[in-house]
Design a protein around this ligand. Structure first.
Ligand SMILES: [Zn+2]
Length: 288
């Protein structure tokens, strides 16, 4: 089961969020028939989304994140709710590019770096929070760290990783290390060293398991575990939401579609579930 461990180290002078998102990334890859490259990109984005979701600070919050880089993968959209539920999709699930010189999947090339990352958070307040900043590399981890700094004032280091083999997603996860007030140079030096040792975060998680990673890398650094939470890939689409989308089309438009092709079909982009209405059902939507 996927898991998030939140902790503070150095006597509350740095905050560590460890995320094992293997199941979520694997399920998303299967659901959308993703190429290995698309699976790596969406898996990284889902992990960043898991971090946003777990820090919503309200019981009934929700968020969405759009990564728009202008590359052949097209836009990546990730969304979720309080309770660590996430979902996501990429516009071009079959994208394929030659690997980079170091043999790694070229996520930056697929996403592109000519664009932005935008996060919208609904915390139940009058207005949703909306933050956006330009992409750095399209590799997502770097972009996300830059977003956190520019839009939320969080000074962090971010590692995100997805390991894909011939059978699909073998491992996925991430680590976000945030500097808190009072952190000193020595602590930053230690943290940088650990982050570079955890560069291959998905492989390390697959090898040791998330609890062991927490213990092994941070246990000796005056660490305090704040929470251990489960994470799931789950869509929140429903008959009611889809009805509202159809109603949003307008009666004429909806009836025109049914008249033309005999039915009205709405597919949820996040989970691929199809909602089909016949002529009678569409007509009834506008009754009462
Ligand atoms: Zn859905």
């Amino acid at each position: 089961m996927d898991k998030i461990i939140k902790s503070v180290i150095f006597g509350k002078k740095a905050r560590i969020t460890l995320i094992d998102s293997t199941e979520a990334a694997r399920k998303a890859a299967e659901l959308h028939g993703l190429s290995p490259l698309a699976a790596a990109a969406l898996g990284r984005a889902l992990t960043a989304g898991a971090y946003i979701g777990t820090n919503l600070k309200t019981q009934k919050g929700s968020f969405s994140m759009i990564i728009k880089g202008g590359g052949p993968l097209g836009n990546i959209v990730v969304a979720g709710e309080s309770g660590n539920k996430i979902r996501g999709f990429a516009a071009n699930p079959l994208v394929d590019l030659p690997p980079k010189k170091n043999g790694k999947l070229d996520v930056g090339g697929a996403v592109g770096n000519n664009g932005s990352i935008t996060v919208i958070k609904d915390l139940g307040l009058k207005r949703p929070y909306n933050g956006t900043c330009e992409l750095v590399s399209g590799e997502i981890a770097e972009d996300f760290a830059y977003y956190l700094l520019k839009s939320e004032g969080i000074k962090s280091a971010v590692n995100l990783g997805v390991r894909v083999n011939s059978e699909g997603v073998a491992a996925a996860g991430g680590i976000i290390a945030e500097a808190l007030p009072g952190i000193d140079d020595n602590m930053l030096f230690i943290l940088e060293d650990i982050m570079s040792n955890l560069a291959e975060i998905s492989s390390v998680l697959a090898e040791k398991g998330i609890d062991e990673v927490m213990d092994y890398y941070f246990g000796h650094l005056d660490a305090e575990i704040l929470s251990k939470e489960s994470l799931t890939l789950e869509c929140n689409c429903s008959e009611q939401k889809i009805k509202n989308i159809v109603l949003g089309l307008g009666q004429k438009e909806a009836m025109d579609i049914v008249d033309e092709i005999g039915k009205l079909e709405v597919c949820c982009q996040f989970c691929n579930k199809k909602y089909v209405y016949n002529k009678e059902e569409v007509r009834k939507l506008w009754e009462k």
